[in-house]
Design a protein around this ligand. Structure first.
Ligand code: ADP
Ligand code: MG
Length: 239
């Protein structure tokens, strides 16, 4: 169980997240939706101990998640990544593991094997020696997906992975999400889109500063919930 209790976050006195509580059974593929500025990124960053929280508790398997971050893997929003950083595809994927292997002990055979396997899974092994900045948006997203896979995490978090990617990448990402669930991993995906793509999730979290709804798509995507999250206009379009 992944458990969030009364989580609140403030940025310099402005509340971004208000007493969010939720429970997610392990092994689920969960979509996090809500308007721009709803606090979706803030929620996952707070859960992963990347930003300070005002109050609350985040537990994974009955222990604080922040003590188990090696079991997690996080792919931030595209805009938070420095794409000009001079690093090859191969090293981006390998870097996921330097925490575990220790940077100065050299890269183990196992780490290299995991990196190769992950790059093959996302169809990018042939581009492994290219600088990350030279790749297309979709390819770049797949590099970070490979990096997350190579870490063999139990809890994976993706912030808007479908933004700025091509159709081929989208299909690969969906396939991998399904595989991860089959492997029993818990996967949280922030999804900007409210369309058909939501069908793949076991459950949805609808957020707008507070948790507005949590559950299967049919229960979450109702005109009343959407009106509370997005205002009346959009609710009419989607429900
Ligand atoms: P979402 O990911 O749903 O679009 P965010 O979590 O990025 O929303 O932002 C939630 C709110 O917190 C927004 O009002 C945003 O402007 C604010 N916010 C996010 N990050 C910061 C920050 N580093 N400093 C100050 N305010 C922030
Ligand atoms: Mg965001």
């Amino acid at each position: 169980m992944l458990e969030v209790r009364n989580l609140s976050v403030d940025y310099r006195g402005n509340r971004a997240l208000e007493e969010v509580s939720l429970f997610i059974p392990l092994g689920q593929l969960v979509g996090i939706i809500g308007p721009n500025g709803a606090g979706k990124s803030t929620l996952v960053e707070a859960m992963l101990n990347l930003i300070p929280i005002t109050q609350g508790k985040v537990q994974f398997k009955d222990r604080p998640l922040k003590d188990q971050l090696l079991k997690t893997s996080y792919v931030p929003q595209r805009t938070l990544i420095d794409w000009d950083y001079p690093v090859t595809v191969w090293n981006v994927v390998l870097m996921a593991q330097t925490v575990q292997t220790g940077l100065f002990r050299g890269v183990s055979r196992k780490a290299r094997h995991l990196a190769s396997e992950a790059l093959e899974r996302v169809n990018l092994y042939d581009l492994r020696d290219r600088p990350i900045g030279e790749l297309s948006g979709g390819q770049q997203q797949r590099v970070f997906l490979a990096r997350a896979l190579a870490k063999k995490a139990e809890l994976l978090v993706f912030d808007e992975p479908f933004t700025g990617v091509d159709r081929k990448t989208e299909d690969i990402i969906y396939d991998i999400f399904r595989d991860l669930r089959t492997e029993g991993k818990t996967v949280l995906v922030i999804n900007h889109d409210l369309g058909d793509s939501l069908a793949i999730y076991d459950q949805l979290l609808l957020l707008n500063k507070r948790l507005i709804a949590q559950g299967p798509r049919q229960e979450v995507i109702t005109s009343e919930n959407l009106a509370r999250a997005y205002g009346r206009g959009l609710a009419r379009v989607f429900a």
